[in-house]
Design a protein around this ligand. Structure first.
Ligand code: HT7
Ligand code: ZN
Length: 884
């Protein structure tokens, strides 16, 4: 299909104000009927007395259509059902069709998962249930009646508030749900099946008693109690922080075991991948718990940022996604640890969004065109989108930002809007901040800006100069780039580590503006000239809290300056970032020496700094163990590869990291072991944040130690594994044993399998660690395991996804075996589930950064996929863009 272009947007000729729908859930004879209250769009001029109503459809059988009661013969092709309607008055349009949910393996529309009927309508799934104006700017109220056999589907759910359930003849029953809030069709949902229920309630600030339920597969209710607490926590937070109250009498969540992404924010009926609901201390890791908190909050927050105020068209996707990610990031920062959350989010951005922005799939946060919208649920739209909102929030400051958000929600409540509308609400509250920066440019221009900063100080003269310049490399379809407004939060740090007060009278600013501690660089070049500085050495701390999603390099600060700042910078994010930049340089040096066959050199000073930062305190009195863990954690192999950028040999990338840890242990191993001994390797398994923080530090230390060649490390890891009180220590130490090829690994894997083989979500972790530490042959062997299921997306992601995205040397194996196996599996999967196939294929996006031999293998694998006769649009879009 041709590309859809933002520039071609046209409002719909007709509107649908209300939908009356009946779905009779009856296996392959499932019937969907809908009545639409249609009227001509009053904002358009209708020349004749009639016009074409073109309803979207996808994979539907014959559709029966009636207009004002009379059956008609519509024009119907694979993607549309079209017929003529009056433009002088409203019409009643009835459509009816038959569906077979069990045969819907694409998991879009109405499908069956483990015997439960469920739907996924974003982005274009509603048209796979009934023909409709399936676009986000058509908002309707819905009344939905569900009918099913009572024995097969005791639970019947849809959006809104329910009426009492009614018994019908022959063991059937029915229920009607009414959603009074106009919504686009992508927020429609229904669920029917046997499900257990966890109930609770929440009273909103305006006194509404909301009945809360989480539905899970039978027998799993106990594992949903954390999720229920998480839901109540985020409901209270959204009231407090954003003044957003819930607006229906019930809020339901359903956890299903087959789902294409993480979860879906359907109005009043969120549907979740069960991975992000179910948790117990013996089966879930600390990261699982935090992710559950974040995703429950994310979907709940969509009730305002996405549902009450929605998108005009899919180009505006980040209007709801970037904003909602920002909101969930703020929430988890408040309930966990703000600095650690920022570090985690920035690491994720570097790991996922930066490679996307620098490769063949680069696209603007608001793209100009797309072939398949499902391929735009990306790190760029979500994570970079959130970074843009963060820049705006920080530019406005907390009070103005809150006022601007209130203005946005109240001005556009019940509407489908564009990014320009969001920005106009932000701008309207900017007050005396001066000219409004061109934040829209961040949405429309792809690529990561490179910001070079040059620092020069003259201690005797008491002056210093910071020169900034920015540029962005061309990305597909965007050869020329313009400068963007780049906020750099900064401070000058004195010899004691204190921030100097910067008086505007003693700074000359060019190419931007200095507002508070933010220098807004809004040209290609800008500078700050400081005068009257106090005596003594002064150093700049730049991009505090990562104030802009850019790649920055600083000239004029040597290693000792960065070590000083790592130790003394009062901004804890920045002190982490200084050390990371030193690690990154050291690892790159090692990589290049490995490729040249040279000795690796000595990083003694850096090891000293690491030990000082990571292990300085008595462990049990230290309140910032998670911070220390982050401080001593190296950049990931993928991040190192991205920084190296071209002609990559993944084995050398991995060896650079391994050798660093090995040399650290050779140099300071005794301190590391002593620190670990102080911890005692008995883990309580307690899920409280303090216990999780301690685990993260132990694991960060073990990660380095696991690279030592001495056999007593096996003993240490074995003790940590035996002492594991919960899943975090258990799976992570097991992964370290596996990575180290320890003789203890096999036995530990077997014990895990014996205990959890009939618990699929827990076995996903077992599959993933092996996929991340094995070869293509490992995958083939694991595919035959009794717990593996090629048809379940979570299983596929845990094996193939973990291999392609978490195993640099395995996926990019020198003999091409990783590429070949992935291409074969993706090709097969495409026939069943194109969205999943396309997502897996995007792991190839870095193929051109590899060395020449690997590129040849990767290209061949991609070309094989491209030439498949029945390739889906989803997969073909990804593969074609990667080969262009
Ligand atoms: N808004 C949701 C998007 C989503 C989705 C998109 C395409 C295909 C399947 C999907 N499942 C969920 C998720 C979110 O809250 O961001
Ligand atoms: Zn979302």
């Amino acid at each position: 299909p041709p590309s859809i272009r933002l520039a071609d947007y046209k409002p719909p000729a007709f509107l649908i104000d209300h939908v009356d729908m009946t779905v009779r859930l009856d296996g392959p004879c499932t019937q969907a009927k809908a009545t639409y209250h249609v009227r001509p769009n009053p904002s358009l001029v209708h020349a004749n007395g009639h016009g074409q109503l073109v309803l979207d459809a996808d994979a539907l059988g014959p559709v029966d259509v009636r207009v004002n009661g009379a059956q008609i013969e519509p024009q119907q092709d694979r993607k549309h059902v079209a017929f003529t309607l009056s433009t002088r008055e409203g019409s009643k349009v009835e459509v009816a069709t038959t569906l077979d949910p069990a045969s819907n393996t694409a998991l879009s529309g109405l499908y069956l998962t483990n015997g439960v009927y469920c739907t996924q309508c974003e982005a274009e799934g509603f048209r796979r249930i009934v023909p409709f104006l399936d676009r986000p700017d058509v908002l309707a109220t819905y009344t939905v009646t569900l009918e099913a056999q009572q024995a097969a589907c005791p639970v019947l759910l849809s959006n809104g508030n329910p009426s009492p359930i009614e018994a019908l003849d022959d063991g059937w029953h029915s229920i009607t749900w009414h959603d009074p809030h106009p919504k686009p069709s992508y927020l429609f949902a229904l669920v029917g099946g046997h499900l257990d229920q966890v109930r609770d309630s929440f009273t909103t600030r305006d006194g509404r008693e909301v009945a809360l339920s989480i539905y899970v597969e039978p027998g799993k209710a106990e594992r949903a109690t954390f999720a229920m607490q998480a839901l109540k926590r985020c409901m209270a937070w959204d009231e407090e922080r954003f003044g957003r109250l819930y607006d229906l009498d019930v809020f339901n969540i359903v956890a299903v075991s087959d789902f294409n992404l993480g979860a879906m924010e359907n109005k009043g009926l969120n549907i979740f991948n069960d991975k992000y609901i179910l948790a117990s201390p013996t089966t879930a890791t600390d990261e699982d718990y935090q992710r559950i908190d974040a995703i429950i909050a994310h979907e709940y927050f969509h009730n305002w940022s996405g549902n009450r105020v929605t998108c005009r068209d899919w180009f505006q996707l980040c209007l709801k996604e970037g904003l909602t990610v920002f909101r969930d990031q703020e929430y988890t920062s408040d309930i966990y640890d703000r600095t650690i959350k920022r570090i985690t989010d920035v690491r994720d951005l570097w790991a996922h969004q930066f490679p996307e922005d620098g490769g063949p799939l680069a696209h603007a946060v608001r793209p100009d065109s797309y072939r398949e919208i499902n391929n735009f649920y990306t790190a760029t739209v979500y994570e970079k989108g959130a970074e843009i909102v963060r820049m705006i929030a920080s530019w406005l400051g907390p009070q103005r930002f809150r006022a601007a958000m209130d203005r946005y929600f109240s001005t556009y409540d019940g509407q489908a809007v564009r990014l320009e509308d969001f920005l106009s609400a932000m701008k309207a509250e900017a007050g005396d901040l001066g000219a409004w920066p061109d934040f829209l440019g961040w949405y429309t221009q792809a690529g990561t800006p490179q910001v070079s900063v040059d620092w020069q100080a003259d201690t005797h003269a008491g002056t210093a100069h910071l020169a900034f310049s920015q540029s962005t490399s061309p990305t597909p379809g965007q050869p020329d780039k313009k400068p963007l407004p780049v906020p750099c939060r900064l401070a000058l740090v004195d010899e004691a580590g204190d921030d100097l007060a910067i008086s505007p009278d003693h700074v000359v600013v060019q190419g931007g503006r200095l507002v508070g501690d933010q220098f807004l660089l809004d040209s290609a070049h800008g500078s700050l000239q400081f005068t009257d500085l106090p005596s003594g050495t002064v150093r700049p701390s730049l991009f505090r809290d990562y104030s802009a999603p850019v790649n920055h390099m600083v000239e004029g600060l040597d290693d000792s300056d960065r070590l000083f700042l790592a130790a003394k910078d009062s901004n804890t994010f920045s002190s982490w970032a200084h050390l990371q930049s030193l690690y990154s340089d050291a690892l790159q040096r090692r990589y290049h020496r490995l490729t040249l066959g040279e000795p690796l050199g000595d990083d003694h000073a850096l090891f000293e700094a690491m030990i000082a930062a990571g292990l300085c305190c008595e462990i049990d009195h230290d309140t910032d163990q998670a911070g220390r863990a982050a401080t001593i954690t190296l950049p990931s192999a993928h991040d190192l590869a991205r920084t190296i950028g071209r002609n990559i040999d993944p084995l050398h990338v991995e060896e650079a990291r391994i050798s660093f840890s090995r040399d650290l242990c050779a140099d300071r191993g005794t301190s590391v072991v002593e620190a670990l001994e102080r911890f005692e390797l008995e883990d309580s398994g307690d899920i409280a944040p303090e216990a999780a923080a301690k685990r993260s530090l132990v694991l960060a230390l073990l990660q380095h130690l696991s690279r030592c060649e001495t056999p007593d490390v096996d003993d240490l890891l074995g003790r940590a594994l035996r002492g594991a009180g919960g899943m975090t220590m258990r799976i992570k130490t097991l992964a370290l044993l596996l990575q180290r090829r320890s003789p203890l690994a096999d036995q530990a894997l077997e014990a895990f399998d014996a205990e959890f083989h009939d618990d699929p979500l827990t076995m996903d972790k077992w599959f993933a660690i092996q996929a991340m530490n094995g070869t293509a042959d490992t995958l083939v062997a694991l595919e035959g395991h009794r717990s593996y299921d090629r048809e379940n997306p979570n299983r596929v992601r845990s094996l193939l996804g973990a291999f392609a995205t978490g195993n640099l040397s395995g996926f990019h194996a020198a003999d091409g075996s990783g590429y070949q196996l992935m291409a074969e599996r993706i090709g097969t999967l495409d026939g069943r589930n194109p969205q999943l196939a396309a997502r897996l294929a995007s792991a190839f996006r870095t193929w051109r950064t590899m060395d020449a031999a690997r590129q040849t293998f990767a290209q061949a694998a991609l070309e094989t996929l491209q030439s498949m006769p029945n390739i889906s649009t989803d997969l073909s879009d990804i593969v074609t863009r990667m080969l262009e």
